[in-house]
Design a protein around this ligand. Structure first.
Ligand SMILES: [Zn+2]
Length: 707
């Protein structure tokens, strides 16, 4: 994703091609639903970071892994596919006010080749498709790592331009494009009455470094690489800022046109020059495969000294007549391919391993490096992915490491050079304490990420948790949006959920703030006060415990009935092997993995303290229970026998009694109902002899209103 900005529609195809439902053998439906919800949020977050803020936080590989996991779960549980599923959503939704502009002809994404064989196969495929036996000339053009745009000219005048977007429609950045020196506002010579011209907006390496220096001096955002700098500069809401940014442009393709302008791509490039565009001067027409391979090698050799970043060479079949016949497969043309370079590498020394805590509590290791130039970009930091990765590569502080930039924004550590390891080096020990808050950090079985369990108290997660806390399905407090929470957090007014209920005391102060008045401050106080009474299920959901979504919160609330009982049971359940823990894990729809998340939450004293502080300010409403008098088992004498799979015996007994039944130990003529678990012995036989009604555990659950 972070390389050449491939088409989201293509990722989606790939998602499903590689989706293997067998990868997720032991996920319950509830867990799957919860994880899909989480993945939808996470992927949307990274889409925003990439597309809107031009500041990706994870690598291509990690992003792809998230999407694959999502697709695999969807393949196994098709009924759970969400309306906001990342599979269906096409990325690149602008955060800001750019209008959408539809491309007359879609902007395609290219298939990749990585070596001579794959390139030869591309040509062979095209020949087979056409039944062509002669040589097929191609045009090779260095593949610039920039931002693709579509420019529309009418009667020789530039009328509008758009980013590539999802390939079908992009953002209208006409005003910004107009400020670019490199863009002809009028075409010279004879141009068709209507023509779409495609090109790449980019920033040279020198301009990028100078811009970052200026940004640094102004304490403004520093860009990760020239591509992000170009994208960030072109997508400014204020064109005056774009005007100050050193953007370059190479034109290289056509979209819709009112009349044909050339018989071959090579001639078309010449026409682009005639009209006033810059065409990459390194572009060549190549008669044979051998010429193309030699060209590829030549460009690769020049790569480091070129003034701009490239990540390969694009080859297009020169004959535009053949190009039309070849058409597309999926959304990639059959007549073009991107032959990518192998990743760029450099070696440097790893100074420190720093653990970052993300907004969801994930601990991520970051390598602090002796700064080194990798493919024209100064690199001082690199992701180490996760603790397994560190262990697998045995990365240690002080090691000399091989860094790689593979079109990725964030370089990766490929390997360690063992011969250069300092003699006193020791294996890296991954922390099990959150560096941001000191809570314990745990890694659920089967997962790669270690997480801070201090969600409600951890400074790295607080704002995120508070936003969740007031969200609609949780405390649903009107007038408290993300921005306000951030503001109040910055004021030191809002650190924990309990602080929310201290806000009404600041009503007068809030009323005087920018954007507030007496009425809005009053309304906020009212909205908060109204939530001092809260249903148990909303409170449970609001805590933002991992995997506890709305439906699981509801299950727990119904199961435990009231807040005091739930709290007490959860505290007891934080002990591994306790009866309460087993009981929790055997609730249908909860299961051991979710039980573990709850246990981790309650196992962290800081969380319990925060919860208690909050609960002291609330009246928590009991969960709605089936009425004893309505119950089919009211007044009945019930006996349990055998092992119950979904609940403990004490719980089953308690439930029966709540429903108005009497539970006895032995079966007699007075017994109305025997609940038969597995390995039931004499009592089940006796019930048979006496003709007493027996039910299975599942039937019992239905009678007792569990399901
Ligand atoms: Zn923490």
């Amino acid at each position: 994703m972070f390389g050449a900005a491939p088409d989201p529609a293509i990722w989606n195809m790939t998602d499903h091609q590689t989706a293997d439902p067998h990868e997720i053998p032991d996920l319950t439906e509830a867990e799957a639903a919860e994880e899909l919800r989480h993945l939808a949020e996470t992927i949307a977050h990274h889409d925003r970071a990439y597309h809107q803020h031009d500041a990706p936080e994870i690598t291509d590989a990690e992003y792809d892994a998230l999407r694959r996991r999502n697709a695999a779960i969807e393949a196994r549980f098709p009924d759970l596919i969400r309306s906001d599923s990342p599979t269906h959503r096409v990325g690149d939704t602008p955060e800001t006010g750019f209008a959408k502009l539809r491309h007359r002809v879609p902007m395609l994404s290219l298939d990749n080749a990585f070596d001579t064989e794959e390139f030869a196969e591309f040509l062979a495929r095209a020949r087979r498709f056409l039944g062509w036996t002669e040589a097929m000339a191609v045009v090779g053009e260095p593949k610039i790592d920039g931002l693709s745009i579509n420019l529309t000219y009418e009667n020789g005048r530039f009328v509008h331009g758009a980013t590539r977007g999802d390939g079908t429609e992009g953002e209208d950045v006409t005003a910004n494009l107009r400020t670019m020196q490199a863009l002809p506002l009028r075409l010279s010579g004879n141009a068709p009455a209507f023509i779409e011209i495609r090109g790449e907006v980019f920033m040279t390496k020198a301009d990028f470094l100078a811009l970052n220096e200026a940004q640094l001096a102004a304490e403004a955002k520093v860009f990760a690489n020239p591509r992000n700098a170009a994208a960030g500069s072109l997508r400014q809401l204020d064109p005056r800022i774009t005007a100050q940014r050193p953007l370059s442009l190479f034109a290289y393709a056509q979209g819709e046109t009112s009349e044909p302008v050339a018989e071959s791509h090579w001639v078309y490039l010449q026409r682009l020059r005639d009209w006033g565009f810059t065409v990459n001067p390194l572009s060549r027409r190549l008669e044979t495969e051998e010429e193309a391979a030699a060209f590829q090698a030549g460009i690769a050799e020049q790569r480091a000294t070129l003034p701009y970043d490239i990540d390969g060479v694009v080859y297009k079949i020169d004959d535009l007549g053949l190009e039309r016949r070849l058409g597309f497969v999926g959304r990639a043309p059959r007549w073009a391919i991107a032959w990518k370079f192998p990743a760029e590498q450099a070696t440097t020394i790893l100074r420190e391993i720093r653990i970052q805590v993300g907004r969801t509590g994930a601990l991520t290791p970051v390598a602090e490096l002796e700064p080194v130039n990798v493919g024209g970009v100064l690199v001082a930091r690199s992701t180490l992915h996760n603790e397994d990765e560190i262990a697998r590569k045995d990365v240690r502080i002080g090691d000399t490491v091989v860094l790689q930039r593979a079109g990725d924004v964030i370089p990766q550590i490929v390997s360690v050079i063992a011969e250069r390891r300092p003699p006193d080096s020791v294996p890296y020990v991954y922390p099990d304490i959150c560096p941001a808050c000191g809570s314990h950090a745990v890694r659920p079985p089967g997962e790669v990420v270690r997480r801070c369990t201090g969600g409600l108290t951890c400074p790295a997660q607080r704002v995120e948790r508070l936003i969740h806390f007031v969200s609609r399905a949780a405390f649903d407090i009107d007038g408290l949006g993300e921005k306000t929470i951030q503001e109040f957090y910055a004021e030191d007014w809002l650190h924990s959920p309990a602080d929310l209920f201290r806000l009404p005391a600041r009503e007068a102060e809030i009323a005087t703030r920018d954007g507030w008045g007496k009425l809005s401050a009053r309304n906020l106080s009212r909205a908060i006060e109204a939530r001092r009474r809260i249903p148990l299920e909303r409170l449970i959901f609001a805590l933002g415990i991992r995997r506890i979504g709305e439906s699981n919160a509801k299950l727990l609330a119904r199961h435990y009935g009231n807040y005091a009982h739930w709290r007490e049971q959860m505290l007891a359940a934080s002990e591994i092997g306790s009866e309460e823990r087993i009981g929790l894990g055997s609730i249908i729809g909860i299961g051991p993995a979710i039980a573990e998340e709850l246990a981790e939450f309650f196992g962290e004293p800081r969380n319990v303290a925060t919860l208690d502080e909050l609960a002291a300010k609330l009246t928590v409403e009991d969960a709605a229970q089936p009425q004893a008098t309505d119950s089919e088992i009211a007044g009945k004498v019930v006996v349990f026998t055998g092992t119950l799979e979904t609940m403990t015996r004490p719980e089953a007994k308690a439930r029966a009694e709540t429903m108005g039944a009497k539970v006895t130990d032995s079966v007699s003529k007075k017994t109305d109902l025997v609940v038969v678990g597995t390995d039931a012995g004499s009592k089940a036989r006796r019930a048979g002899e006496l003709g007493v009604k027996t039910v299975t555990e599942l039937e019992w659950r239905a009678l007792a209103g569990f399901d």
